[in-house]
Design a protein around this ligand. Structure first.
Ligand code: SAM
Length: 262
């Protein structure tokens, strides 16, 4: 189904500033922007208003690489429909998706949202905004790579017995490896829903190929693999087209685990 047209008046500024996406102080500028907002007191404890403030920063100050309103709405609808108890996010950035989806999860009766972020600076910004949004009890930020976060949370018994939903939005070549790690740890089972961002920009043919492959194809491919997943898991996967906050067309891959093939 075609996505509704993008409202260009809502477009973020360009992500790239003088050849940089990161490391130019924009995260600290975002914190200063939010905490000096004239309506800060009314924004406290209101996830929607915190996301709106982040969106306003992206539109008027510097572009940010968060999921944004269009794709974000698709995932919020999915959370309301699937009602996961536990959701794992890989790639937290400054906390936009953790606030948006952590709020959606809480509204749907879910328990915990875990956001794994490699950069300690981004994670600190995210934790501050999550706290401001009143989501401290529902959303936990974990500093580390996707694989480190998965292992640590699994060892702590936080992700089991299986994940309700997982959101892949980190290092693109790690999507498949980190999904296979979740499979090996037994975290994926019937009813687990996987959401993967940036399937057009920049694209992730390896991941799309993996979640769309049949069990027979995966078993065959696994023969030569060092880091195997659980090739017996059956998935049903579809692409949903939507927009980056810049207005560029992108897609997310939504995948449901149907269980294990005999
Ligand atoms: C596109 S941003 C995430 C946006 C965020 N999900 C949102 O919508 O608000 C990607 C993030 O992944 C982080 N990252 C990159 N490689 C990673 C890895 N291997 N493990 C965890 N995080 C990683 C980056 O530091 C960056 O903050």
């Amino acid at each position: 189904m075609a996505a509704p047209a993008f409202d260009s008046s809502r477009a973020y500024k360009a992500w790239e500033v003088n050849g940089k996406f990161f490391g130019d102080g924009r995260k600290v500028a975002l914190l200063e922007y939010v905490y000096s907002h004239p309506e800060l007191e009314q924004m406290r404890g209101d996830p929607k208003r915190i996301c709106q403030a982040i969106d306003a920063f992206g539109r008027t100050q510097t572009g940010l690489i968060n999921i944004g309103e269009s794709k974000g709405a698709v995932v919020c609808d999915l959370i309301a429909q699937c009602r996961p108890s536990t959701m794992l996010e890989l790639g937290g950035y400054v906390g936009y998706s953790a606030i948006l989806f952590g709020d959606a999860l809480r509204r749907a009766g879910g328990q915990r949202y875990f956001s794994v972020e490699k950069s300690p600076l981004f994670a600190a910004v995210a934790a501050s905004l999550i706290d401001l949004a009143g989501l401290r009890d529902a959303v936990r930020v974990v500093v580390g790579t996707g694989a480190e976060g998965i292992r640590r949370l699994h060892d702590e018994g936080m992700l089991g017995p299986q994940l309700g939903m997982a959101f892949f939005d980190h290092h693109k070549p790690s999507y498949t490896a980190d999904l296979k790690l979740c499979e090996r740890l037994g975290l994926i089972g019937k009813g687990t829903v996987l959401v993967a961002d940036n399937m057009i920009i920049p694209g992730n043919p390896e991941y799309a190929g993996y979640v769309r492959a049949s069990v027979a194809e995966k078993r065959e491919r696994d023969k030569g693999e060092q880091e195997k997943g659980n090739s017996d898991l059956q998935y049903a996967s579809r692409s949903v087209t939507s927009y980056e906050p810049s207005g560029q067309e992108d897609a997310i891959e939504i995948t449901e685990c149907l269980g294990t093939a005999s």
